[in-house]
Design a protein around this ligand. Sequence first.
Ligand code: GCU
Length: 350
Amino acid sequence: RAELMELFRERMYGREPSAPKDISFEVTKVVPDAFGGLSTMKEVRIMLDPSGEHYLVMLMFVPNGAGKPVPAFLGINFKGNHTTTDLEEVSLPDEVQLRNYGPGYQVPERGLNARRWPYEYILEHGYAVCTFCVHDPEPDLKGHYDYGIRKVYDGGSPRPDSWGSVSAWAWSLCRALDYLCKDPSVDARRVAVIGHSRLGKTALWAGAMDRRFAMVVANDSGCSGAALSRRVYGENLGIINTSFPYWFCSNYKEYNDAEASLPFDQHELIAMIAPRPVYVASASEDLWADPYGEYLSLVYATPVYRLFGYDGFSDTSMPAAGDSKVIGRMGHHIREGQHDCILYDRERFI
Ligand code: GCU
């Protein structure tokens, strides 16, 4: 495990800094009766560096009346906490957040992505949901290195193995978990890290790095997520490293058009999560993300789950669209339709 983690760090994600000591938190808002009393809503400012210039604003919904700490889903959102719901109480990004997003950022409209965040459904099933905006730690925009947290810890000059933004996002999920360990309403031993697409790639790396995450869910994570790179199907390394040169460390570009020379493949990332539960979800028309390659990663990680005494997937044929299965501590489904994260996916993760 140590050898593989080192390879992933050096060659792909880059090296993240260690957890800051004495990180501070501040609960900035509490709404005890959100969703008609179903939930307590909180906003928590989680500092990422001692200067106070970089922080996450985590939005949390915790079901009311559980009488004990509840399990939680923790995942990053693409466009801002206020886009995940129509609730007026959810704050818009503040001045510090906007400054760290970089110049010219247009704040998207409230509720824009609410469809992807079925809070009430998740809360009714007894889970808390926690999220923050991807841009809080590190803007998801090319050429924005000067604005994010990476630069602070790099001392301003990145090396070939300095962390890319996927690593910075994953590290921030760990900082959010640091907070959850101190919040008595949540059972920090049962936090699932979850993400869609680029944030599914991020959830996998966070789960590999930090064994406090009890479960990992990667939805449509594709190239450099769950999909095997050596299949070179749909998006490949040359494409991803050109379109998103800041997602991974510079060393990773050595494998553009040279996937066969990678010293690992993505099933080994899944194996780094063993023996904890892992769920890989695909969509039948999301060929860019290579659904078959995503599934095969589970198959080839299964021997590692077996080492720990858990079963997994052994059938190398592609499951049919609409298929959904949990075997041992691995889950998989392939939803009919396009690249997205909809209620159908959430129902299965729950
Ligand atoms: C692009 C990118 C993918 C990524 C996706 C997303 O399509 O090529 O790698 O997963 O964006 O995050 O939606």
